[in-house]
Write a protein of this length. Structure first.
Length: 221
């Protein structure tokens, strides 16, 4: 049991995947006959598959297509699994927090082979206490459910806990869960959008957060 936890988004936060996801979603949508700008697709990264498609195509879309489009994205993205790369400092950041007594929990919309590939890229399993995947909750970000489930996995309270992410969806989820939302710019979302969504601290990437850890929410925790 712990009074606090360090909860981390994965895509765009610990592993450099957001633009890969955007390209794969764009191509899966194109193959299904939908023309959606890459900018719009990138802005939706961080949402679960169903929410992403609703965000991009609207509630009035033919939802019978959803599973095929999602499968197309999964197949395209799967070709990159062996080449996924963590951001500089990601591995060392998780290990440092673990050594400092923070239970580290991943909260991600990934699951199955994709999650396995992400964890292999991070290569810090000894520092990760638990993982809350897309399979564990009914509602994904920006709902607070993934973050709250991550806290439950280690018996942590929202107060004193920190959620690090790269998207507006992460910041909204963290804020709604009652944890302190911390953002990194490595996912390609601008500072102003992250601040508006609730980010209390913003760093360039995991290496920047690690360099400034003692003065961050983790150092004050």
């Amino acid at each position: 049991m712990s009074e606090r936890a360090a909860v981390f988004d994965v895509d765009g936060t610990l592993v450099d995947t957001n633009h890969l996801h955007a390209v794969c979603w764009w191509e899966a949508l194109r193959q299904a006959g939908h023309r959606v700008s890459m900018t719009s697709v990138h802005g939706a990264i961080g949402l679960g598959s169903a929410d992403l498609l609703e965000h991009l195509l609207g509630e009035g879309r033919d939802q019978d297509e959803d599973s095929a489009i999602s499968a197309g994205h999964k197949a395209l993205y799967g070709t990159w699994h062996e080449r996924l790369s963590p951001f500089d400092g990601a591995r060392d950041l998780l290990r440092r927090l673990h050594a400092d007594g923070w239970p580290v929990v991943l909260a991600t919309s990934a699951s199955g082979p994709e999650l396995t590939a992400l964890r292999a890229a991070i290569d810090a399993d000894e520092a990760i206490s638990e993982t809350a995947s897309a399979d564990d909750v009914d509602t994904g970000k920006p709902a607070p459910d993934p973050v709250l489930h991550a806290l439950d996995l280690v018996g942590a309270q929202a107060q004193g806990s920190v959620f690090v992410g790269d998207s507006v969806w992460d910041m909204r989820a963290g804020r709604r869960a009652g944890v302190l939302p911390v953002a990194v710019l490595s996912g390609g979302v601008c500072r102003a959008e992250l601040e508006q969504a609730g980010a209390q601290e913003i760093y360039s990437d995991t290496a920047d957060l690690l360099r400034n850890l003692d003065s961050s929410a983790f150092g004050r925790g």
